[in-house]
Write a protein that binds this ligand. Structure first.
Ligand SMILES: CC(C)(COP(=O)(O)OP(=O)(O)OC[C@H]1O[C@@H](n2cnc3c(N)ncnc32)[C@H](O)[C@@H]1OP(=O)(O)O)[C@@H](O)C(=O)NCCC(=O)NCCS
Length: 179
């Protein structure tokens, strides 16, 4: 692993601008593997609009943890974890726990420990709320994400689907349970 100097902090409403930009970058890098199709572009502009993140950032049970590059003058966003700290049934695997909604790291910072650090902090928040599990859904074709979650202790507990812009995609449900 290369060295990367980063710091974690909780986000506030003011962070919507950078979270939105990073989300669009990571979303397109991950899913627009055969060019930017109109459905992907629409999803990026709607789901990841600044205002959409402002609304999510003010939801009381939703938390955003940021990983920021540390520099002498200004810090830059490298990635974030978005977690819903509520009891929510998982779409497979018969769990009721917190949901990891997104874990997005800038491509240039992949495999440098940001994802693991953000996920560990998210798990600490979940356990502090006395929730039993943390679950997420990942696109079946996202091999990098599936390898990452397996490496950091998440079990594949079943299948689900995700529909956006009229298209349905096969997803896996991944989860970690806490004692
Ligand atoms: C998946 C993602 C969050 C991983 O974050 P990351 O910062 O690159 O991962 P880390 O550097 O913290 O890696 C943690 C461990 O997982 C392993 N790992 C990470 N990516 C991997 C991959 N593609 N294949 C195999 N192992 C991988 C690392 O080697 C590391 O193991 P180690 O600690 O034993 O060396 C990041 O690649 C990402 O944002 N991808 C695009 C968006 C995405 O797909 N998000 C998830 C949607 S469900």
């Amino acid at each position: 692993m290369s060295e990367l100097n980063f710091n974690l902090r909780m986000a506030s409403e003011q962070d919507a601008v950078t979270i939105s930009a990073l989300s669009i970058q990571v979303f397109l890098d991950t899913y627009a593997t055969e060019g930017v199709r109109p459905d992907l572009a629409r999803e990026a502009h709607c789901e990841y609009a600044i205002e959409a993140f402002v609304q999510r950032l003010i939801e009381p049970q939703r938390r955003f943890i940021l990983a920021e590059y540390l520099s002498a003058d200004r810090n830059g966003l490298l990635g974030f974890a978005e977690v819903l700290l509520t009891v929510k049934p998982s779409p497979a695997g018969n769990l009721a726990g917190a949901e990891l909604v997104r874990l997005y790291i800038q491509p240039k910072a992949h495999r440098m420990g940001c994802g693991r650090s953000l996920l560990t902090r998210a798990e600490q928040l979940v356990q502090a709320e006395k929730l039993d599990s943390l679950w997420l859904t990942a696109w079946e074709g996202n091999r990098n994400a599936r390898a990452f979650y397996e490496r950091v202790g998440y079990a594949d507990v079943g299948a689900t689907t995700y529909t956006f812009q009229g298209q349905t995609y096969a997803n896996r449900v991944l989860a970690k349970q806490f004692d």
